[in-house]
Design a protein around this ligand. Sequence first.
Ligand code: PLP
Length: 712
Amino acid sequence: MLSGLRLPERIGRLEELANNLWWSWHSQARDLFRVLDYPLWRLGGHNPVKLLREISTDKLAAAAADPAFLNLYDSVMSAFDAEMSDNNSWFATEYPNALAGPVAYFSMEFAIHNSLPIYAGGLGALAGDLCKEACDLGLPLVGVGFMYPQGYFHQHISADGWQEEVYEQLSFDEAPIEPINPVPRSHWCGPLIQVELGDRSVQIGAWQVRLGRDNLYLLCCDIEGNMPEDKQLCARLYTADQEQRIQQEIVLGIGGVRALRALGIEPSVWHANEGHSAFMVLERVRDEIERGATFAEALRNVQATTVFTTHTPVPAGHDVFPVSLVEKYLHGYWESLGISREAFLELGRQDDTSDQAFNMTVLALKTADHRNAVSQLHGRITRRMWHGLWPEVQEDETPVSHITNGIHVPTWVAPEMGRLYEKHLGQDLSRRYDDTDLRALVLNIPDEELWTVRQVLKRKLIDAMIERARQCSTGRECTARQVLAMGALLDPNALIIGFSRRFTAYKRPGLILHDVERLKPIVTDRWRPVQIVFAGKSHPADLPSKQLLHDVYTLATDLGFQGRIAFVEDYDMHIAHYLVQGVDVWLNTPRRSHEASGTSGMKAALNGVLHLSVRDGWWYEGYNGTNGWAIGDEVQACDPVEEDRTDAAALYRLLEEEIVPLYYRRDRAGVPHGWLKMVKESIGSIVPFFCTRRMLKEYIEQMYIPSAGKQH
Ligand SMILES: *Cc1c(COP(=O)(O)O)cnc(C)c1O
């Protein structure tokens, strides 16, 4: 939040705009801040709050007197006002009065914009994209999460290829957040509610983030009066310490419900995005009991209005706490719910063999009537995984449906690509990108124009990487090999394959390096070279994945590859934009049945990048034979070693026989028409379905409205 800022009156609403992240997915609004002071915009990481704090009064005065700037300002502000007071949104038109109160959306992480570093990866990206789409569709939604002062870590790679983690304290004055109950004469939040953690009580505050008309409330434990260790409780996202983690989850679930009550918000639907926030149901049951319900009645009411989305088929991805920790921190709870310890523990028990463990996914599955997985295939795997909770039905009738993930198009489309779409697909594209008619319209884009934009985006990626390399080599000790690894020798005329995602074993980042002797001639072909750009972080406590990152980095920087393989440090939303827009091929190699959905490939497809992936996650339903490539076959390989070997062989074959020849087959002007035909097929078949517009409409129709309808 800004304070003490003196803006010229004519452009006085810039502050309001800077404090509403609506600007971040409207390109004209971004332009407005960019043109105010371009160097400051770049240096500050595209953060308008910081920009307005640092900009000179001369620049502001000049802008207030510049007719071109004022034109843009008026246009942005009127678009903003129109949306803020729009009574004809999609939701208001289709479902008037369907929800009495908002949807409360609880998530451990939200990726809205880089100026708010409270996310680690895909789960946060999905949550952020869903919230933005809620604004666009006019769905009343309130997000609940954490304001982590240190967020997730920044990644450096040392000269010998090891990940180093750097935590930075967020400068709260420069973040697009406002304190609830501000402490007098300071920019900080005071206590809003209390939460009991075992025998002690912790004060919790909240920050408000504006997203159009919707709000996000971010809980904060760093409150005056709390003990030092409690102040640190929510400093970082995803600590490996289970004891800290259960406390965080109690604060999110129970504290989140109390915070909404304290703010006078009465949601009609409660959505737990992943099991982390499942304790929310306990507090709501307690509320109902206080108002006179029996435990059974209360639980039924809560179940009817709860939506739960599960995001991972990997067992380690589910939070399971030892019963001893549950006893330590929640022993007061079963009393207030009027149930026995055994009945309480039963809520989180997976099966008879697990009576020493409390599983958050089980708690969520048992206490939400509306449950979904995040892709067709993930739905099937999830039903198999949790069938044991419903032994009375057939496996395929396990009551968990699926809603396939999508991406928020305005957030991920490159401005150059967005303009091309508007020109050939229609000005009102932003309102109907889930319209399947787009498939035919995409064919109207002339190959030459599409190719020109693709080349521009590729150059922008390489420029951004070289700029980072330059800064690194001046800012800290950097060897020549490190600079090379940062992409200093990348060539915009040669094919680029991107692999950017969390480094973790099941995603198999090393698969393409499986047989170096086979890969080398493909990469270093003099006339048709191939370049590979890696990016991604390992979880700080995941040592095998750090080893994996080290191995990939070491191979990638092997001089035998002639600088054609690069590793971009510190993968985050900002660099993700460059990557999903700037490479030619998006590589995805999860071990089969381990990827719930994945969304980065959808972002790439939106920008004319072709997907090269194992048929897992969303690609299981996205691949149609002509819109990209499938690595290996669909069936489950029996043993991992064999799976790696056959997939790597299939990958090399695709590169040698299909991808490289197609990319380099050009007409006289250098345009690859065959390639672009596939790009158009990819855009037309993927964008209308794998977008949050289609996804959120499904949540509204299949989950939110039915659950609100069951309210008593
Ligand atoms: C989209 C996105 C993800 C999700 O990536 P997947 O590879 O699809 O799991 C992760 N991190 C960031 C920064 C993203 O933007």
